[in-house]
Design a protein around this ligand. Structure first.
Ligand SMILES: Cc1cc2nc3c(=O)[nH]c(=O)nc-3n(C[C@H](O)[C@H](O)[C@H](O)COP(=O)(O)O)c2cc1C
Length: 435
């Protein structure tokens, strides 16, 4: 199902709040979305943009993503693992919704691109999935924020090591389609980091049926149901200032000289809906962290430890922390799981391993397991200094070097003193005692 049709379905179920009051894209819309999260909002009266509506907070919880796939949150890790391992070709269609209208010339001011925060360097596209192609590796799908600085040019953040960065290094300039207004099959697939050469649109199709179409002016297959598509070229050497911008950690990222995206053509659906994504907010976090959970889960199981679940939790900026739940069978399972989790997510800084009785979505329970089961001298694993995440303000600037630590919060298998089990309080039905 396309973004538009899914939004209508949510509306019909009363799950979208419609905002009829006039709202400005200049900081106001983002502020309203942040205040309302995780409730999806549809702005129907966007100041200066009568032709557009703006939707945001669409997928700000794991539950909302699981709902799109019609599964439980517990099934997300197996579903994503299965889709990565068993990719399938999307269907190619002609006359796609995303090309119902081709804009006359390119003027980015005509799009309701949000400025999210006062100090931001400009208006930013933050929800676009970016389709690119390399003569050897074929197509790739990523996320890359893009800041407008002219009517047809944006500077776009491309972190070194990303597939897109590799393509740019090889070719100098690369055709790119920035596609706005997509559903979780495409968004989650774009956020996975798989081997260069794997087309994430095939992961999207394995997650749920995905239609693609030929871009209007580029030799690229793009998601056919996108609301708005910006087609153009990105240049390695032509650079422009990008930032400041609030990133995943809710801190300001520095200003850098980043590659320029020159927009040549804009197409969109009739009565377009702009998909907003508030940087640093829950939706950004869910989309970043969730695709790392299967890689950690797989790595821990491959290390011979029975991993039950993984939460790359919002408290850790959905990137720097991983909480790993295991069914402990051997005394060294906790430590093995720590090493394996770091191997499964290289940007992670702190790993917490807990027993199967702990709810890893409840920070109080995780802390309780630390308080009652952890002894630093015995259970702390200091990995030492390694490259971590460029997003972490405490990592060494430039090199990303960080001190990685693992915490084994699992109880010893043999109890010598007090029991490690949480005691049960007697249960009553309170209704019986209240008038
Ligand atoms: C909402 C969102 C925004 C992102 N923004 C950027 C970005 O601006 N630049 C970047 O290099 N990566 C960004 N990322 C991360 C990458 O796009 C993502 O990790 C992707 O998997 C990298 O794919 P690759 O392994 O094919 O290079 C973003 C991810 C999400 C979910």
């Amino acid at each position: 199902m396309y973004f538009r049709e899914y939004l209508i379905k949510l509306e019909e179920s009363g799950l979208v709040t419609k905002i009829t009051k006039e709202v400005s894209i200049d900081v106001e819309a983002a502020a309203v979305l942040k205040a309302a999260e995780p409730t999806p909002l549809l702005f129907q009266n966007v100041k200066g943009y009568a032709d557009f509506r703006v939707a945001g907070n669409m997928f700000g919880t794991k539950q909302s993503i699981a709902d799109y796939f019609g599964i439980s949150t517990a099934q997300l890790i197996p579903k994503l693992t299965e889709a990565i391992d068993n990719r399938s070709l999307p269907e190619e269609i002609s006359d796609p919704p995303c090309q119902e209208v081709t804009m006359d010339g390119v003027d980015l001011d005509k799009l309701p691109i949000l400025k999210h925060n006062e100090r931001d360097g400009g208006r930013y596209i933050s929800s676009a999935v970016v389709v690119t192609k390399d003569p050897e590796f074929g197509q790739n799908l990523d996320f890359h924020r893009a800041m407008q600085f002219e009517k047809n040019r944006m500077s776009t953040r491309i972190i070194k090591g990303r597939d897109f960065y590799k393509f740019l290094e090889r070719s100098g300039e690369v055709e790119a389609a920035y596609c706005v207004g997509n559903t979780p099959n495409i968004l989650v697939a774009a956020a996975t980091s798989v081997k260069t050469g794997i087309n994430e649109l095939e992961i999207a199709n394995a997650l749920s049926k995905t239609e693609v179409t030929q871009a209007k002016t580029l030799d690229l297959l793009i998601p056919a149901g996108s609301e708005v598509v910006l087609e153009g070229r990105v240049f390695m050497k032509d650079r422009s200032e990008e930032g400041p911008f609030i990133d995943l950690t809710e801190t300001y990222d520095v200003v850098r000289e980043e590659p320029v995206f020159e927009v040549k053509t804009i197409t969109h659906r009739k009565n377009p809906i702009w998909q907003a994504l508030v940087p640093g907010a829950l939706e950004h976090k869910v989309l970043m962290g969730m695709p790392r959970e299967p890689t950690i889960y797989k790595s821990v199981n491959e290390a011979g430890v029975n991993c039950i679940d993984v939460n790359v939790n919002p408290g850790g900026s959905s990137w720097l922390h991983a909480i790993v739940k295991i069914d402990k069978q051997n005394e060294d399972d906790g430590k093995k799981a720590i090493h394996a989790a770091f191997a499964g997510h290289r940007s992670c800084k702190h790993v917490f391993v807990v027993d199967k009785d702990i709810d890893i979505y409840n920070p109080l329970e995780v802390e309780w397991s630390m308080a009652t089961r952890f002894q630093a001298e015995r259970d702390l694993v200091d990995i030492g200094k390694e490259p971590g995440s460029s997003l972490d303000p405490s990592a060494e600037p430039g090199t990303k070097i960080t001190n990685k630590i693992g915490f084994d919060f699992t109880a010893p298998l043999v109890t010598k003193g007090k029991s490690f089990a949480r005691a049960e309080f007697p249960k009553v039905d309170l209704k019986d005692y209240l008038e």
